[in-house]
Ligand binder design. Structure first.
Ligand SMILES: C[S@@+](CC[C@H](N)C(=O)[O-])C[C@H]1O[C@@H](n2cnc3c(N)ncnc32)[C@H](O)[C@@H]1O
Length: 285
């Protein structure tokens, strides 16, 4: 598993760049305190410990727009640096889950030393056992196959939950945004609502019912809107959490913008653009 991480980081290991703050803390370096000194690259249950560098940690939290209303979970918390930064710099509450007991204890002491132990909780546990469903933001620095193993759980989280990973992808769930252009990169996703299926929608065509048929792959959405019996492809659909937006051409030939919020089996919103704004609501059939 050490080998897997090192392979995955081949570019990093081969070319520690001067701009990467880990260049000052290479593999084998000891950090920690007088009670416990972990070594960068040491074995962990599913992945070794390598701390996210300071610049990337900050970029990840910024990309996720972390603030005082957030509950950030760092899965595989190491020495707690991301959980601590989320609390100290961005005022969030945070939880770090770390399997290695010595490491978890160190992270808790680090949170205390940073003066944020009232906001940071460190759980000594396994990320594949502990419940992180209440997180509003998830941070990960694991491995591609671990991200994939977590993906089904992540996709069941509340739509709108932000997920940000150092270095590694989520398979064919493409990120909404990428952090950085060189190495390392970070990846950002927003958990999409489930919008697929056939919806009865009212508000476009007076009091009459129309049909919206949606197909979905993660945050990518397409489909057909049938207004007054005439089907047409929806245009430029975007889905970010619960917010679904697209355009369509109305019966007069004008482009209209649809802005909807999806809550499980109902949706509400409005249709506008060069027209009065009308309320729209719908239910999934
Ligand atoms: C690459 S380090 C990242 C540390 C921290 N998140 C950061 O970005 O600085 C991964 C951490 O996950 C821990 N870990 C490995 N498998 C784990 C598991 N199943 N549950 C919880 N922690 C785990 C390791 O001990 C290590 O501290």
């Amino acid at each position: 598993m050490n080998f897997r991480f090192i392979l995955a980081h081949a570019a990093f290991v081969l070319g520690l760049s001067v701009s990467n703050s880990l260049a000052q803390v290479p593999y084998g370096t000891q950090l920690g305190d007088d009670k416990y000194k972990p070594t960068i690259g040491q074995e962990g249950k599913d992945v070794i410990w390598v701390p996210t560098n300071d610049a990337m940690a900050d970029s990840m939290l910024k990309m996720a727009n972390v603030g005082p209303d957030d509950l950030v979970y760092d899965l595989g918390a190491g020495d707690g640096k991301i959980a601590i930064a989320a609390a100290k710099t961005y005022g969030a509450r945070s939880v770090g889950i770390e399997y290695n007991k010595d490491m978890a204890d160190l992270a808790a002491r680090n949170a205390q030393r940073a003066g944020v132990d009232d906001k940071v909780k460190i759980i000594h546990g396994d990320i594949f056992v502990e419940d992180f469903s209440k997180a509003t933001v998830l941070t990960l620095y694991l491995l591609p196959d671990l991200n994939l193993k977590l993906r089904p759980t992540i996709l069941k989280m509340t739509p709108g939950t932000r997920v940000v990973a150092n270095s590694f992808h989520m398979g064919d769930w493409e990120p909404d945004q990428v952090i950085g252009s060189g190495y390392p990169q970070g990846y950002f996703w927003v958990v999409p609502a489930d919008v697929a299926g056939k919806w009865t929608i009212r508000g476009i065509n007076g009091g009459k019912d129309d049909t919206l048929d949606l197909v979905q792959r993660y945050q990518k959405v397409g489909g057909t809107l049938t207004v007054g019996g005439k089907p047409q492809a929806i245009l430029g659909a975007t889905l970010r959490g619960k917010q679904l937006k697209f355009s369509f051409i109305d019966q007069s030939g004008a482009t209209r913008a649809m802005d909807l919020t999806v809550n499980r089996n109902s949706l509400t919103g409005n249709v506008s653009e060069n027209m009065p704004i009308y309320d729209v609501f719908g239910i999934r059939r």
